[in-house]
Design a protein around this ligand. Structure first.
Ligand code: ADP
Length: 178
């Protein structure tokens, strides 16, 4: 959380002309529209918890099957747990697609917490207060960090330093994936 993946994903998806799918944005949109999914999501997001895997996998599966892109996708904030990653592998198998790269943006944790709290002053997001931010970092280490090993094992992990100028980080990502 806070490493700048959303910023990079927006820039890269435009440059590469691929579909940008951000689970965080999709969920926030559902919350805004006060849908059933939005109500469920809110009860997790407001407390800094991850939304259940089944719900996330359904969203991704629907988004992807509604519009199968042969140009590819840039997934932002997904998968975030091992069950999401294995569920996603099954989905990709079914539609005969494969994952080319998993980008791990890295940064110092204290720096990130500072950044999110700064962003929280303006974002109006319910999950950017200090206690919730710390909880989200804890959950990241417990549930999301194991994906580093998972994708390393599949030989598609790309580590990129997430600290620096936005343009430089974009350039570094492009160099490694193109
Ligand atoms: P950040 O990068 O600041 O964590 P996101 O927009 O990616 O922001 O996610 C915000 C929140 O939405 C997460 O803390 C989590 O509660 C929920 N969320 C987003 N993506 C997922 C996912 N793949 N699985 C479970 N929960 C998710």
């Amino acid at each position: 959380p806070g490493v700048g993946k959303g910023t990079q994903a927006k820039i890269l998806s435009k440059m590469l002309n691929v579909r940008h799918l951000s689970t965080g944005e999709i969920l926030r949109d559902e919350i805004k529209k006060n849908t059933k999914i939005g109500k469920i999501a809110k009860s997790f997001i407001d407390y800094g918890n991850l939304v259940p895997d089944d719900l996330i996998l359904n969203i991704i599966s629907e988004e992807i099957s509604a519009q199968i892109s042969n140009k590819g996708y840039l997934l932002d904030g997904f998968p975030r747990t091992i069950p999401q990653a294995t569920g996603f592998d099954n989905l990709l198998n079914k539609i005969n697609h494969n994952l080319n790269a998993a980008i791990n943006l890295t940064a110092n944790e204290d720096e990130l917490i500072k950044r999110i709290l700064e962003r929280g002053k303006f974002s109006g997001r319910s999950d950017e207060s200090v206690n919730i931010v710390r909880k989200r970092q804890k959950i990241y280490w417990a549930q999301t960090a194991p994906l580093i090993k998972y994708y390393k094992g599949k030989n598609i992990l790309k580590n990129i330093d997430g600290i620096g100028k936005v343009e430089e980080i974009t350039k570094n990502i492009l160099e490694i994936i193109c």
